[in-house]
Design a protein around this ligand. Structure first.
Ligand code: ZN
Ligand code: ZN
Length: 442
């Protein structure tokens, strides 16, 4: 129960911590820029430079001197590096594990629904036909041959480790090692590919704000279909695809149409300016996300109207089949679901038990999502609308809140991971000691 809830709270706290960055950075840097501009009697930067995001570095430089310049440089470097590396790894993983492994060179080309990827026997009694047997592959942690393999490979000092000899897991382990190797190459290639991409964006003088809003029109239609594909048993592939493509197309059309009504229309000279206006962008984004949701739901109902309970359960079984036999999810959640010792891969708990055990985490996620959406989208902006100009107390409260948020988030994100890391190290240390003891005795 513990880890599931931890995951949910992790996402919630992560979101709240991240919010400090736009909130506080915009408040402090933005206000300082406005204050300095008004003290000087004229804006410090041209509109174009402000759009390029130069206000914050300028403020840091003017107020803090050289240390401000360095602080800004480190801030940007760290943001770019962490985002860049995460994106590169994500793209490589998708290429290798979701495209290459799934469609180009799968481990088993003739794998059918509900079959064990190791032995190709069925993992569910309901799918059995005559004279067929259920999969009896052992858990990799309890596999004797795998243990011998591990010892042999640990002893080997050569670069070329001996092949896996386990008749059940050996081939799949080797396949996974190949995939990991391919993934590492994909990371290197993607990293180099990002250089010409950046040069291209720089050469065409890409407008960052425009790109940011435009990305929404391009991908917002997939938000609801992706969520539904995970949470809604009825969702069909046709519904997903039509929602995503239809939403994107409708968003594009409405955005371009709205932009064309501005003076100059969509001519080459005014294209970026008119299409970058707030209202066309807002319309495009909302229509993309809305049509994506409605299209997905309507087409899903058209393609699958009737659904019995048995079909719903079979659909959920497909989700439960997404698994890696080398580290099955059963192993991970065994403690939380209070399952007894399991010997084989097929000893999965019934769906009903899983749903019951995940209930608290699910409810927490739903309630928190609703409350925070209400707070950040309705209550907070709504209450700001009632105040036209802040008085000095209100202004103080606002800036104090934004600073406090940043400091609390900073303390949280520094202390909590450190504490958890130390706890994990201590635990592993104890485990190692115990292993040594048992080995000596044995
Ligand atoms: Zn099997
Ligand atoms: Zn094995």
């Amino acid at each position: 129960m513990f880890r599931l809830l931890q995951g949910v709270w992790g996402f919630i706290f992560g979101g709240l911590t991240w919010f400090a960055i736009p909130f506080t950075l915009a408040t402090t840097m933005g206000l300082a820029y406005l204050g300095m501009s008004s003290a000087q009697g004229a804006p410090l930067l041209t509109e174009e430079d402000v759009n390029k995001g130069l206000a914050a570095p300028l403020v840091a430089q003017k107020l803090l001197g050289t240390s401000g310049e360095y602080a800004m440089l480190f801030l940007i470097l760290m943001a770019v590096m962490s985002t860049g590396s995460a994106e590169v790894i994500a793209v490589s993983s998708i290429l290798i594990y979701d495209v290459f492994q799934m469609y180009i060179m799968p481990f088993r080309t003739n794998l059918k629904e509900g079959q064990c990827i190791l032995c190709l026997k069925s993992m569910r009694a309901s799918l059995l036909q005559q004279n067929q047997q259920l999969c009896s592959c052992p858990d990799v942690k309890k596999c004797e041959d795998c243990r011998l393999d591990d010892i042999a490979r640990a002893k080997s000092k050569s670069v070329m480790k001996p092949h896996y000899t386990c008749s059940v897991h050996g081939d799949f382990k080797e396949y996974q090692e190949y995939l990991l190797n391919y993934k590492n190459w994909a990371i290197v290639i993607c990293t180099f590919f990002s250089v010409p991409l950046c040069l291209f964006c720089w050469a065409v003088d890409l407008n960052l704000a425009w790109t940011y809003y435009f990305t929404g029109i391009l991908i917002a239609s997939s938000v609801v279909p992706i969520a539904l594909s995970i949470m809604w048993a009825r969702a069909t592939a046709a519904g997903m695809v039509s929602g995503i493509i239809g939403g994107c197309a409708c968003g594009m059309v409405s955005w371009l149409y709205y932009a064309s009504t501005y003076p100059g229309g969509l001519s080459a000279k005014t294209f970026v300016k008119n299409t970058g206006e707030e209202l066309p962008m807002l319309t495009g984004n909302i229509i993309a996300i809305g049509v994506g949701a409605i299209g997905c739901i309507v087409v899903t109902y058209c393609t699958r109207w009737k659904m019995t309970d048995a079909e719903v359960e079979a659909e959920w079984e497909k989700t439960r089949d997404i698994d890696n036999p080398l580290s099955p999810w059963l192993e991970k959640y065994k403690g939380e679901m209070q399952l007894g010792d399991t010997e084989n891969l097929i000893d999965r708990p019934p769906l009903e038990l899983v749903i019951r055990k995940f209930r608290t985490a699910k409810l927490t996620a739903y309630i928190a999502a609703m409350l925070f959406t209400l707070l950040f989208v309705v209550i907070w902006p709504g209450s700001m609308l009632s105040i036209d100009i802040l008085d000095i107390t209100g202004f103080n409260a606002w800036t104090t809140l934004s600073r406090m948020w940043a400091f609390v988030a900073c303390a949280f994100i520094t202390i909590v991971p450190m504490y958890q890391e130390i706890k994990a190290i201590v635990k592993q240390f104890k485990q190692n000691k115990e292993d040594k003891k048992t080995r000596k005795e044995g």
